[in-house]
Design a protein around this ligand. Structure first.
Ligand SMILES: Cc1ncc(COP(=O)(O)O)c(C=O)c1O
Length: 378
């Protein structure tokens, strides 16, 4: 079965009790039991709900994997994964990372003795050297947020296995349509379903996906024990949104390619960060492991910061807002928005994003989007 067919049919069976083509939303906190602990597989929605299961079946299939567990948010999914670690454990991570992910490690997990060490995952020698220090997990963002760095997932998956380290890819920027890390030899995939999977900027959600049955049990346990469950309604919306993921991603990528080409040739632009451009240092790796190059672009304009920020807020079709991956175009200044939570002292290692403007290119008409940026530049 091909991607679009899976997105529409797996986990989307008509409701057996009524024939309703669209599975209903199970807005219930609890379930009737025949006798103590005798029930039909569900006892309390913090632990499980039919809308969680439907979405999990779809997302596991789309990532070419066996198991998925959905959570309240992308950070909820990460919290569940880190809850499998113990004090003294270390996590290696890409040196360009969503600010909230970094904050979670340094402001919360550090108190419990879990450390994060960042490494340039574009550099395989640096990755191998860091793996020798016996981390428990390596967390890769590829493309990374917001500098669109690319890591060779197949090579890192192999290295991680060699050193007995669990590899984890935050696949939020690519989505399951553009890249399937597990098929490339990565152990675990995480998504913020808030973004491309939901696709309409109307939910917050997350998921952990793998082929590891033991990890599936641990993730289900973490959701129940830590209270990291999503709402059934949000899962239903994600199940609806994901049906059009392939179509949306095609358009996101087509529009982003057009905008990146326009920006790369503009005199007021110093640098465009986009894996689809031939001058991206790992363009060839992106080409090898991704179907297309994604809908995210970051730009360093050749102008004073104040002017660049004015430009970002004067766009008509790109709304100045946090987040990404919705049908509507958004623009942001990561240094003051999505990545503002990175502590000042850590900014030389990670998150020195002065002057970088990030575009989440939507699925409006591509020429209209280019025209909007052109007008703002003028
Ligand atoms: C790459 C990436 N991972 C994880 C997250 C966190 O997801 P959520 O906001 O659903 O908790 C984000 C949020 O922007 C993100 O960009």
């Amino acid at each position: 079965m091909q991607f679009s067919t899976k997105a529409i049919h797996v986990g989307q069976e008509p409701d057996p009790s009524t024939g309703s083509v669209i599975p209903p939303i199970h807005m219930t906190s609890t379930y009737a039991q025949e006798a103590p602990d005798i029930h039909r597989g569900y006892d309390y929605t913090r632990a499980n709900n039919p809308n969680f299961v439907n979405l999990e079946l779809t997302l596991a299939a789309l990532e070419q994997a066996k198991y998925a567990t959905v959570f309240s948010s992308g950070l909820g999914a990460l919290t569940a994964l880190v809850s499998t670690l113990a004090s003294g454990d270390k996590v290696l991570a890409t040196n360009d990372l969503y600010g909230g992910t970094y904050r979670l490690f340094v402001k919360v997990f550090r108190k419990f003795g879990i450390e994060i060490e960042v490494v340039d995952t574009q550099d395989l020698d640096a990755v191998e050297a860091a793996l020798k220090s016996k981390p428990k997990m390596i967390l890769i963002e590829s493309p990374s947020n917001p500098l669109l760095r690319i890591s060779d997932l197949e090579a890192i998956g192999k290295l991680a296995r060699k050193y007995g380290v669990r590899s984890l890819v935050d696949n939020t920027f690519a989505s399951a349509y553009l890249q399937n890390p597990i098929a490339l030899g990565i152990d675990v995939v995480l998504h913020s379903t808030t973004k491309y999977i939901g696709g309409h900027s109307d939910i917050i959600g997350g998921v952990v996906i793998s082929d590891d049955q033991e990890l599936k049990k641990e993730m289900d346990f973490a959701r129940k024990a830590l209270g990291l469950n999503p709402s059934p309604f949000d899962c239903w919306l994600a199940s609806r949104g994901v049906k059009t993921l392939a179509l949306r991603m095609e358009k996101h990528c087509e529009n982003a390619k057009k905008l990146a080409a326009f920006l790369a040739n503009h005199k007021s632009v110093k640098k465009v960060y986009y894996p689809g451009l031939a001058d991206h240092p790992l363009h060839a790796v992106a080409k090898k492991q991704m179907r297309h190059f994604g809908g995210m672009i970051s730009v360093q304009f050749d102008m004073e910061l104040e002017k660049a920020l004015k430009l970002a807020s004067s766009l008509k079709l790109f709304t100045l807002a946090e987040s990404l991956g919705g049908v509507e175009s958004l623009v942001g200044y990561p240094s003051a928005m999505t990545h503002a939570s990175i502590p000042e002292k850590d900014r030389s290692k990670i998150g020195n994003l002065e002057g970088i403007i990030r575009f989440s290119v939507g699925i409006e008409d591509g020429n209209d989007l280019v025209e909007d940026v052109k007008m703002a530049l003028e």
